[in-house]
Write a protein that binds this ligand. Sequence first.
Ligand code: GTP
Ligand code: SPV
Ligand code: MN
Length: 581
Amino acid sequence: MSTTNVALRKWVQDTAALTKPDRIQWCDGGDAEYEALIQLMLGRGDLIRLNGSTYPNCYLHRSDPSDVARVEHLTFVCAPEKAEAGPNNNWMSPGEAHLQMDALFDGCMRGRTMYVIPYCMGPIDSPYARCGVEISDSPYVTVNMKLMTRMGAPALRRIEREGHFARGLHSTGELDPDRRFIMHFPHEMLIQSYGSGYGGNALLGKKCHALRLASWQASREGWLAEHMLILEIESPEGEKHYIAAAFPSACGKTNLAMLIPPESQAGWKIRTLGDDIAWLHLDGDGRLRAINPESGYFGVVPGTNPKTNRNAFDMIQRDAIFTNVALNAANEPWWEDKDKFEPVIDWRGKPWQKGNGAAAHPNSRFTVSARQNPSYSPLADDPAGVPISAIIFGGRRRELAPLVYQARDWRHGVLVGASVASETTAAAIGAVGVTRRDPMAMKPFCGINFGDYWRHWLSFGTRSSKLPQIFHVNWFRQDKDGRFLWPGFGENLRVLRWIVDRCAGRVGARETPIGFLPLAGDIDLKGLQIAPEVVNSLLSVDHASWQREMNDIAGYFAEFGAALPSELSEERQRVERELAR
Ligand code: GTP
Ligand code: SPV
Ligand code: MN
């Protein structure tokens, strides 16, 4: 197999001349190809076959212990001007970055196979979809791309028809943390990733293409590329709404997207369109429509059980790849909060005993096709996407942020999104539990200066009068002893219902300086064991604390200097004035 696209043929030739692989394999995305790669990895010990009767066609991959999460400090945006990348990104000049990367890639595929992986982000016949080609020396990357994207021959045909594609070059190199870089060249629609085989560092269609390069493209072309789930909520009467929600990494997107209504909420249905990324475009009627560029999930494993997320639990019982989980005595995958059984081998492959700490890595992940999700919505394949009624921002904050509030209007909503803060998680290398600003949950993924990105978000306010309502939620408030105040998971449906009622104009609200909060009784709490004073504190706005918060946001915004849109600082000042009243 090769291609009629001259640019692609030349890029593959040039890349092979640089990296010097033993052979080149063009991937067609077929099942036989997948099966052959699995066999190859089983033979090499890169995969371990899991219990074939309880977990058919499931495999465990152990990544290098130094290579278990995204590396934000080694991720760069290499635009010609530093100001284009902004204070929110590491920057290197394209010239310098190319020199460094060419030296790393020189001869790095000797003895290896170079896989050419054409893929399409989005339904293959969607005008909103975009294609890319990843060149990688990792069979693990290749099989993951098959599960997570529309990979292979149909994508290549679209590339040949359209003539353009994003380029992503990846090599696992030596897995040496000192020779590891994830470089983005937005002006060339090019990604170069060296020295990691893990998730967001190596599956280049996901965060590198569909968020960092796409956010750059989207800001030029008038659309949005966001770190958002997409779900459908249907009422017992059959009223349907589509909601997009942005929470930082490991803060609940997969779980919310697959929510199972609790028994007390009979008749409600949630269907999943996406769990991590949304591309949003205004349609001819001025409605914001969303597609999920992915077709599979790379989800957090720990904490997944029939009570928290039965859909996810069920969908990973077959045809799934597990990365960095533990094993039990029956050669089944095991992770914290899975079941009462005990692990015997930890994620590193070492014997596990009580007192050894976590057996599965806290950022261990499953890879699975979205079609295995019991709550999968076939609208995920609709080329036109779905019209969004509400956008939800959220973070992991033990204090301050209420369970839910609604922005007054689009401009205030952009402030709410730009002000998101959240505790860091194991999804990235570095300290866990440190509260940091993570605007729109895009801190690690925005390929442009946040100042320009916020200006772009604000511009939608003048382009349409049918924009979604904007909300903020926080499932993670804790008491003094570190216990969660809100039960979360399926019970979050109660909050989604209030959001939908607000979108439909069915319920009033209490106006506060930070936005609209639910009136007593408007969030259905029937069947929930929760004390009234807990509900009160979840839905209260402490003015003094919020004044400190607004002050902190002012300090954060100041980092962006002249790039900060004046509307955003005016909006922040308005909230500050109202808090002081
Ligand atoms: P990425 O894939 O990293 O972008 O993460 P995500 O946003 O999809 O996060 P995910 O849904 O996988 O959740 C990560 C962690 O948050 C898991 O340990 C969950 O158990 C926990 N979590 C999710 N929803 C809730 C909730 O409503 N309440 C509480 N307390 N924990 C939750
Ligand atoms: C995240 O960290 O937000 C993820 C996992 O979704 S990764 O693909 O590694 O970026
Ligand atoms: Mn994510």
